[in-house]
Ligand binder design. Structure first.
Ligand code: SF4
Length: 965
């Protein structure tokens, strides 16, 4: 179309389109501009904050920043109202009324810290297990985890257990990377992009920028999601799948690749364990393990040599099929053959899965053919020589331009780990992991498979006034790495790394409050939480959580005796805590987005970032990390004090960021290290480091050499460079684990082999789910309840991010009350039209809400926006706020625990492998409700006497306008 053909392209305006006001871009927005990092969602975009007379006037995207390249979303712009929210806490507080009453008295920081030190110190002296320290949307887990390790409690994790652990663990056990935020499609080269269950989850601006690139190039985008909104609405093809059946759909795609023999066999031989031999000796302790030589190397059958060889050796020509004899008389078969057998079997034919998934067999076959066509007929060849792990030189980089991304629609199901692994298998069969046009690692990934990091916190590791022997969270390789006490019971309060959830790499935060109140596996003395609104939006079930927070024993004492909570806002959780440590807003704080934690790297850039205070708090609040370092010194935690007992970081969090070394030369920030600031990643602490970051726009980026850009799991140059830069522990290649031996080790234990075996009640569960080859099984809630024909899920809106965003004065003008979206056919069936009220029932309870009919949803699925409903009295909102009267949560329907099985034991409503909360498994029934009304259940308004009243009308910018006139 010629320039100017669009009516609105006429800058003078036209009859069709009102003219837009002219914005003078060259006039500074304020008198000062400071650069920092957005914290309204998990993307961590770079922002320029314009100030006038010390007040925030305008936020724009930082054009030089690697994450957003100047793009700022609506949430990021509205950060101004987050910062000026009337719900901000103002001072430390001590509870003086019953829990939930909201009766607090303000206290000084000295008193607050003395009280916290007293409570935490006595627990540490007696039994450090009795502290449970869990953080929510924390972006400083390398510090919070380190603090908990020094304290010595095994009970630490962040919110990953109900967010994304299935993605992290599924990826790291398979190919040493992950969807989530640790990898990206090759936006510039990919030609076919498939999204599974993605709705503004962990990538907002980056995915929008990427999809824009794909659209500009005409690449095909396929979205697999029960709901057609957001990214799914702009996709070229929408696969409106039934929730929890993605594994069947992907299995059928894999079936088609095998059936049509369109698999990158060279890639499998070079980079995966496809040729490794798996022992076939049913009933023995070796069954299903890899056959190994005397040095422990996995064996393969070499077709040239006609014998067994080290499967990891370079230059072999391994067989991918055929039963082989082993020296001990048993036989073994290669992984590839087992895979072919599974996926060629009848369970995964397109016809076998179409009814259950709701995806027609023809569509499955066509998508599989398109994937194969793009991968193999439209390969990308880069004239870029590189050297592989064995020293072999390659003239070119050859890529398969198919990429994928997946998130909560996969993760939040109890079959999510195996489904995620199956998606990775699909990528690997197509040869598209870290190849041009495919899915790309972001450094410091890839890691080894499984990563070498093991969990710590078994009972023998917990001693009064002693730190833990290592980090809490890790990746068990077998039952020997579970965290159990001498009686085989869970060592952790959340039962992470126990037989209930052996590979719970992020812990199970969603179980902490329930388990503490039921004292299962044991009671605690102090619950310490940061930025986790567990009493409302984030937990699995609201009424259950409120009961747990207020439960009392026979003597009338709270079963969770003391609760310390830190947040910036008066959320629904604040009134239930005993001691409040008020946090700053994101514009008032130092922070460190670290390579030790969740960095902001891009595929060809090692990157990290800081937040700096761009405004001074006008309240008596302190950044939580600052407070934690102070508490560490007061408690005399070993790495937070000098030998003489004085604080190690008297300058607080900035002092820690600059001077803390996790290993010699490696600290929280990778940039501008060394005395002269010239070192990257490894180098002595540099006192000017933060100034350098500020000069550089609040981030640091180290570009990689072009020959290191792909095949990093096996790229000699990258592997060596990674060691030199401290971002990789091993120079060995990462070998993709199509078949996961750690899973088989757990299964063998359940079959009665080895020193460590599960209790009787857990044997069938482990035998059934710990299959070393990915497979699909029905979500656990679906297996346990009947009479609930519909699936209920949530989607995260573009314009909000959890409860923080839905109290934002600008953003709530977009959505202040959510609706339950149902398919037109469901509406017709129960006789409702838009805005009618319905009851939605689960096996646990019911919610009353208003509906909106739509076509773009799987007919068996109802859904709503995440985290809009609010309890009266919280968040500085009026009692008549739509969020409280019409807004609702599905959480009221979700149970923390599955119904009791045989023997009466109730497992967590989670993935049996990783413990990921299965909140997308929810099954419901729907019926029309009488008349109009308000949402139910309704809860008593929370007391909020400690908070100043919110202004009747919340306005921003008047003072700036006045100054202009
Ligand atoms: S995408 Fe997230 S981090 Fe980026 S500007 Fe928007 S809210 Fe901020």
């Amino acid at each position: 179309m010629r320039r100017g053909a669009f009516p609105w392209a006429d800058t003078k305006g036209s009859a069709n389109m009102p003219s837009q006001p002219k914005v003078a871009m060259d006039i500074p927005a304020g008198d000062t501009m400071r650069q920092t990092t957005c914290y309204i969602c998990a993307c961590r975009c770079g922002i320029n904050v314009h100030l006038k007379d010390g007040k925030v006037k305008y936020i724009e995207g930082n054009r030089n920043h690697p994450v957003n390249k100047g793009v700022l979303c609506g949430k990021g712009s509205a950060g101004i109202m987050q910062h000026y929210s009337p719900a901000r806490l103002r001072a430390p507080m001590k509870r003086v009324g019953p829990r939930g009453s909201g009766q607090f008295e303000e206290i000084s920081w000295d008193e607050a810290l003395e009280l916290a030190t007293d409570w935490l110190g006595s627990v540490r002296k007696k039994d450090p297990r009795k502290l449970a320290f869990f953080t929510g949307r924390d972006q400083s887990q390398s510090l919070t985890g380190f603090w908990a390790m020094q304290y010595g409690t095994p009970n630490f994790a962040a919110h990953g257990g109900f967010c994304s652990v299935n993605m992290a663990a599924g990826g790291l056990y398979t190919f040493g990377g992950a969807f989530w935020e640790f990898g990206d499609p090759d936006w510039d080269l990919t030609k076919y992009f498939v999204l599974f269950g993605v709705a503004e989850d962990h990538a907002s601006n980056p995915i929008k920028i990427g999809i824009g690139k794909l659209k500009a190039r005409g690449a095909k985008i396929v979205s697999v999601n029960p709901v057609r909104t957001g990214y799914n609405a702009v996709a070229d093809e929408w696969v409106g799948i039934r929730p929890g059946t993605d594994g069947l759909f992907v299995g059928a795609l894999i079936h088609e690749l095998f059936r049509t023999e369109q698999i990158d066999l060279d890639y499998l031989v070079r980079y995966t364990n496809a040729p490794w031999l798996v022992i076939d000796a049913p009933g023995t302790a070796r069954d299903g393990l890899f056959a190994r030589d005397a040095s422990g190397n996995p064996l393969a059958w070499d077709t040239a040599k006609g014998g067994l060889v080290n499967g990891k050796a370079a230059g072999i020509t391994p067989a991918l099929t055929g039963r082989r004899d082993l020296p001990d008389g048993s036989t073994a078969r290669p992984v590839f053959e087992l895979m072919a057998e599974r996926y060629m079997g009848g369970d995964y034919t397109p016809e076998a899965v179409e009814d259950r998934t709701g995806v027609p067999a023809d569509q499955i076959r066509r998508i599989a053919a398109e994937l194969a066509h793009v991968a193999f007929q439209e390969e990308i060849v880069l004239d870029r020589p590189w050297t592989d792990w064995a020293g072999r030189r390659h003239d070119k980089m050859i890529g398969r331009p198919v990429s994928m991304h997946a998130m909560r629609g996969i993760s939040a199901h109890s079959n999510g780990f195996q489904t995620c692994r199956m998606i990775h298998l699909l990528q690997i069969l197509l040869g598209s992991i870290d190849s041009p046009g495919g899915f790309r690692y972001k450094p410091p990934y890839p890691k080894q498979t499984p990563p070498n990091l093991l969990p710590h916190g078994a009972s023998g590791d917990i001693k009064p006034e002693m730190p833990l022997g290592g980090p809490h969270l890790g990746f068990p390789h077998g039952p020997e790495h579970l965290l159990l006490d001498d009686a085989g019971q869970p060592s952790r309060l959340d039962k992470g790394f126990s037989w209930d959830a052996p590979m719970s790499a992020h812990g199970l935060m969603h179980m902490v409050i329930n388990n503490a109140a039921t004292r299962d596996p044991y009671g605690i003395d102090v619950l310490f939480m940061y930025m986790a609104n567990m009493a409302w939006n984030s937990s699995m079930n609201v009424p259950g959580t409120l009961d747990a927070l207020t439960a009392k024993d026979d003597a009338g004492n709270y079963k969770i005796p003391k609760i310390i909570y830190s947040d910036a806002y008066y959320s629904e959780t604040v009134p239930f805590a005993d001691l409040i440590l008020p946090d700053t807003t994101y514009l008032e704080r130092w922070d460190c987005i670290s390579l030790l934690d969740r960095p902001i790297s891009e595929p060809e850039l090692v990157a990290d970032a800081i937040r700096q205070p761009v405004v001074t708090p006008d309240r008596n609040v302190r950044g939580f990390q600052e407070v934690l370092i102070d508490l560490g010194a007061r408690l005399k935690l070993p790495k937070f004090v000098n030998e003489d007992g004085s604080p190690k970081y008297p300058g607080g969090y900035p002092d820690y960021i600059v001077n803390h070394e996790r290993k010699p030369g490696i600290g929280p920030l990778a940039g501008f290290r060394g005395a002269d600031g010239e070192d990257s990643c490894v180098g002595a602490p540099n006192p000017d480091q933060l100034d350098k970051y500020i000069e550089n726009g609040a981030f640091f980026g180290l570009h990689m050499a072009p020959e290191h850009a792909y095949f990093r799991h096996a790229n000699r140059g990258y592997l060596d460079w990674g060691i030199e830069k401290g971002i990789r522990m091993s120079a060995e290649p990462t070998i993709f684990q199509l078949y996961s031996e750690p899973l088989q080790k757990f299964r063998l234990a359940a079959q009665g082999h080895g020193d460590r075996q599960p209790p009787e009640r857990a044997r069938d569960r482990i035998r059934a789910h710990f299959d070393p080859l990915p497979f699909w099984y029905p979500p656990l809630e679906e297996q346990a309840v009947s009479g609930y024909p519909l699936h209920a899920i949530t989607q995260r809106p573009m314009h909000m991010y959890h409860s923080w965003g839905s109290q934002n004065a600008w953003l709530r003008q977009i959505t202040a009350a959510n609706r339950l979206y149902i398919h037109d056919s469901v509406g017709a069936q129960i006789g409702v039209v838009d805005d009618d009220w319905v009851w939605l029932r689960s096996h646990l309870g019911r919610v009353k809400c208003q509906v909106r009919l739509m076509e773009g949803v799987n007919p068996l699925t109802v859904w709503t926006w995440n985290a809009i409903g609010k309890r009266k009295g919280a968040w500085g909102l009026d009692d008549d706020a739509p969020e409280s009267n019409q807004g609702f949560l599905l959480n009221h329907l979700i149970s923390e625990l599955l119904p009791a099985g045989g023997g009466g034991y109730r497992y967590s409503n989670s993935d049996p492998i990783t413990g990921q909360a299965a909140w997308f498994d929810l099954r419901v029934a729907i019926e029309k409700a009488d008349g109009a009304g308000e949402t139910e259940p309704r809860f008593e308004p929370l007391g909020h006497a400690s908070q100043p009243p919110s202004p009747r009308k919340l306005a921003f910018g008047r003072s700036f306008r006045k100054a202009r006139t």
